[in-house]
Every structure is written in structure tokens, then in C-alpha cells.
Design a protein around this ligand. Structure first.
Ligand code: NCD
Ligand code: ZN
Length: 346
């Protein structure tokens, strides 16, 4: 066994699934990501959602304005797929440099009410995306109230993914923030250009984390944390070296008062500790040597983008996570508030 290194230098990583919101909240959270990642795929679930190239470019400008002086960071913009997205909208988005389109089944998660009600409505857009090679990013959960919340991802795969993969064989597809053994396995075996993002929290925690010492709303996200055997399957996938799996934090900031609420918002805020958390998960699995592929190489390779030229160094040195951060006029609690982590960014 080789001794654990005290520092770990990586090609600078990218975050392939990130929420930064808008307005004052955006200004508060963007620096946390820009301090670690070269690029991030920005989720379009604003209110109203980002459904046009023009809206995506304007949003990009607002994000760039929040990047600290002297920091190089590139937001990669996405479009929100609706029942009414047309082939022309896709062509225009492609020309504007939008990198992908996000499918939220209507009602699946935070700000998804404008999402797709029936995949048949999305066919013209999906055909246009397939023609230009623009990835479809999927929130892979059915919204059917009859389906148990812990089964919604597996049922989405059964009901929709097999058909979708077959109908659009050349469409690049990313199953976002996978949480189950079924999803990891589907991604490994699916034909065509297929990949998945995996969050740090789904690698580190199982659904028991929601209930330690009481009901803990900061640990509630969608898709919800699953049982231990699923966490182990995700760790195996992320640390396998298979290029179909890559980093996507799904850091999803909500102010503390809307998390500590009778109907708590879904979403974990992990951006400030993202790389420290991933390093911990990979170290626990004895797979630190696989972190660079997962965090820095597989994502750009899938998207057909160059890997970052810069490097990021992690140091094996304890860091104490703050209890909260300002979020515009409010405050936000990071997922691991108050905990001590083993790694930090140099
Ligand atoms: C995300 C959010 O808050 O925007 N929430 C979450 O629990 N992950 C939406 C999403 O990605 O599902
Ligand atoms: Zn998300």
C-alpha cells in the first residue's frame, strides 16, 4: 500500500451540475465554486426558467459579474426543456454556445413546474439536439404520486430511459445526480453516448443521515438519499475509472429559513466544501488515484471540451466548516456545517 499523500494536485476540476440561483444569492454563492472549479454546468431552473438562448446569455453575464477579480471561471449554460421547446430554440441555443438542455419532468423537484409533462411533446427538440450533438441532462425521477419516493429513479429508468435511449441512439444523454444501483448499472450498460453525474453527498451518506438525532432538513435533496447498498454502488461506479461517471455537485442553495421549515426545500449546499468532500469519499474507498479522472477528465471528454490547463491542489489538513454563510439578505447553512473535514483546497 502506498502512503496517503499529504497533497494531491489535480488538473483543475469542473462541476457538471450546479445551481447558483440569481440576484443576491447568486453573488453570494458563485465565488465558492469559482475558487475550485474551472467551469460549471449551470442549471436553468430559475423562476421563470431559462428557456431561450437570450435568457441563457443574460444569465451568463450575471454569473460572470459575480466571479471575483482575477479568478478564471467559465459558466457553461443550459436551456430548460418545456413542452413548447422548438427545434429553432435548440439551433439558436447551439449557436449561442449553450452546452446542454435539461429535462425536468414537471413537478419532480424545485422549480420544475414548467417542465415536460409528456416526453412525446419534447420530440422535435430532442431530434434537433441529436442532430447537433447537444447533450440531454435528465432529472431522472417519475413524478407519479403512486410511486414510492425512494423508487422514483428506478421507475424512471424502466418507464422512460430504455425507450428514450432506443429512440435517440446518437443523442448524448446524462442521467444527473444518480442515487441508485439501478442507475449506475443502466449508465454502465446503455448503448450510445451515455453518462452520469454523481454528487459528493450521495457518495458519502445514506438515507440514515436524514434522521441522525432528529429530522434534519439540510440533508434533504432530490433525488433523496437512498439506502447503504445504493451508496456503495455509487462509490464503486465513481471510483471505477469508467469515463461515463463524472463530478456534478448538485449544490443547490436555499436560505436556512426555507430549509428549516414545515415543508423544507429540497437541495444541499455543498459548493464551498465540494472538493474536500469528494476527496474524503475517494480516500475512504482507497481510490484517491481515481479522483482526477472523475473530477477533471471524464466530464470534458464527454462534452467534447478541452480539459482545464490549470491545476488544483488539495491538502490533507483538517478544516472546520463554518456554521453558516451570508446569502444575500439571509443566511445559508452548508451541508456539513460545523464538521471537521480531512481535506482542504490549498
Ligand atoms: C435542486 C434545486 O434546489 O434547485 N434541488 C435538489 O434537491 N437537488 C433541484 C434538483 O436538481 O433537483
Ligand atoms: Zn440539481
Amino acid at each position: 500500500m502506498t502512503p496517503t499523500p499529504e497533497t494531491l494536485s489535480l488538473i483543475q476540476p469542473d462541476d457538471w451540475h450546479l445551481h447558483v440561483r440569481d440576484g443576491d444569492a447568486l453573488t453570494s454563492v458563485v465565488p465558492a465554486t469559482a475558487g475550485q472549479f474551472g467551469r460549471a454546468v449551470i442549471m436553468p431552473n430559475l423562476r421563470p426558467p431559462v428557456t431561450t438562448a437570450e435568457a441563457a446569455l443574460a444569465y451568463r453575464d450575471r454569473i460572470m459579474a459575480a466571479v471575483p477579480e482575477g479568478v478564471r471561471f467559465e459558466p457553461l449554460m443550459t436551456l430548460y426543456l418545456t413542452d413548447r421547446t422548438r427545434a429553432e430554440d435548440i439551433a439558436r441555443a447551439k449557436d449561442a454556445g449553450v452546452v446542454a438542455v435539461k429535462l425536468y419532468p414537471a413537478g419532480a423537484t424545485t422549480h420544475s413546474d414548467a417542465g415536460v409533462t409528456d416526453l412525446r411533446h419534447a420530440r422535435p427538440a430532442l431530434e434537433a439536439m441529436q442532430r447537433v450533438g447537444m447533450p440531454l441532462l435528465m432529472h431522472g425521477e417519475v413524478t407519479d404520486a403512486e410511486v414510492d419516493v425512494f423508487d422514483r429513479e428506478a421507475v424512471f429508468i424502466e418507464r422512460h430511459l430504455h425507450t428514450l435511449r432506443g429512440d435517440f441512439p446518437a443523442l448524448p444523454m446524462v442521467l444527473e445526480h444518480i442515487t441508485t444501483a439501478e442507475a449506475a448499472q443502466w449508465v454502465a450498460q446503455a448503448p450510445g453516448p451515455t453518462a452520469a453525474t454523481i454528487t459528493a453527498h450521495h457518495l458519502l451518506y445514506n438515507r440514515g443521515a436524514l434522521f441522525v438525532g432528529g429530522l434534519r432538513p439540510h440533508w434533504y435533496c432530490l433525488p433523496v438519499l437512498k439506502r447503504e447498498r445504493h451508496r456503495q454502488a455509487l462509490v464503486a461506479a465513481a471510483t471505477s475509472g469508467n469515463p461515463r461517471y463524472f463530478l456534478g455537485t448538485d449544490s443547490a442553495p436555499h436560505p436556512a429559513h426555507l430549509k428549516e421549515h414545515a415543508a423544507a426545500c429540497a437541495g444541499c449546499y455543498t459548493a464551498p466544501q465540494a472538493m474536500a468532500l469528494y476527496a474524503q469519499a475517494f480516500e475512504d474507498a482507497g481510490a484517491l488515484h481515481r479522483l482526477e479522472g472523475f473530477a477533471s477528465c471524464h466530464g470534458p471528454d464527454f462534452y467534447g471540451l478541452p480539459r482545464n490547463a490549470a491545476t488544483l491542489t488539495l491538502v490533507r489538513q483538517a478544516q472546520q466548516v463554518p456554521e453558516s454563510y451570508p446569502l444575500g439578505a439571509h443566511h445559508i447553512k452548508p451541508l456539513v456545517a460545523g464538521q471537521t473535514l480531512r481535506w482542504r483546497v490549498a
